[in-house]
Design a binder for this molecule. Structure first.
Ligand code: CA
Length: 309
């Protein structure tokens, strides 16, 4: 896997943009992440009714938009509003806000951008690529994209082949092989394998996982992917005695030539760490991660630059 043009060895992936500072996945948060110097900017992708990949974290619209006010009659039986039940034209009428709890209406991260303030919207994968490629041209930088195929099985159940659609769009913007600054990620093992072997993608692929993988599982991942993207909990955990316990995931992955990009590093969700710096220290210097997904790219870049990492 090629790194970005940054001189750093470690890579910084702006998780949903600079989402610690602006509503997640808005173009504004992407511009901010770009300006902060992230190596890659992330896009989570879900298809609309008319097969447009929208950049949004979930298959639902109701916890980041005003969809419930605008289209109250369009909820499914479970009370949720699905991206897939709306055309792209409908989606463009929605306003995006900081993520909130749909029952309490309170912000999930109370210290972030205020909810129901400002004016933000949803956009397509194409719009975001054009923004990033446009900035690459005007600034002379070369910042990458890190798209994620969301819930491929759910899409397929509704007759939609999201991976094929996304790969075609990526190809049309010249993201075709490992030298192109694009890493495609997915939690679904079967789907990522299909992307490599059936859809014949030559892109860098990251296998996300939130469950522990055996050595055999990781060897399997190495047969089709370039990196593994585990949750932090799969890298290290705190024991009852208060010491840090490391899993052997990074060691096994590195032995198989897989990079490890862990998620998610948040300065306002430190878990058992006393500071964000301590959390980053653990991730980069003790656990030897190659890259991290973070809501606060500026703080991570500062940390790496201060240490020449
Ligand atoms: Ca993601």
């Amino acid at each position: 896997m090629r790194f970005s043009q940054a001189q750093r060895q470690k890579i910084v992936i702006a998780h949903r943009g600079a989402s610690g500072y602006l509503p997640e996945h808005t173009l504004t948060s992407k511009v901010m992440a770009y300006q902060m110097g992230a190596d890659y900017i992330e896009q989570d992708l879900v298809l609309t009714k008319d097969d447009v990949p929208v950049v949004i974290h979930d298959i639902y619209l109701d916890d980041v938009t005003n969809v419930a006010e605008l289209f109250p009659h369009r909820a499914r039986a479970d009370g949720r509003f699905y991206v897939m039940d709306f055309t792209y034209e409908d989606i463009k009428t929605l306003e995006v806000t900081e993520r909130f709890n749909t029952s309490t209406k309170k912000a999930v991260y109370p210290n972030r951008f205020p909810i129901n303030r400002g004016r933000f919207g949803l956009h397509s994968l194409q719009e975001e690529i054009e923004l990033i490629q446009g900035l690459n041209k005007s600034t002379g930088k070369n910042i990458g994209i890190y798209p994620e195929i969301k819930n491929p099985e759910f899409h397929l159940k509704h007759g939609k082949d999201i991976s094929r659609i996304v790969l075609n769009i990526l190809a049309s913007y010249n993201y075709l092989n490992k030298d192109d600054l694009c890493v495609l990620q997915c939690f679904d093992i079967k789907e990522l394998k299909r992307i490599r072997f059936d859809l014949n993608s030559m892109l860098n692929l990251t296998q996300l996982t939130e469950i522990p993988l055996s050595q055999t599982d990781i060897r399997n991942v190495a047969s089709y992917a370039d990196a593994i993207g585990p949750s932090i909990a799969l890298i290290y955990t705190k024991t009852k005695k208060g010491t840090i316990n490391y899993s052997n995931l990074v060691k096994i992955a590195h032995g198989l030539n897989l990079k490890v990009h862990a998620y998610t590093f948040r300065a306002d969700a430190l878990g058992y760490f006393k500071s964000f710096e301590a959390m980053l220290q653990q991730g980069f210097l003790e656990a030897h991660l190659d890259g991290i997904f973070t809501d606060f790219p500026d703080q991570v870049i500062q940390f790496l630059n201060d240490r020449n990492l």
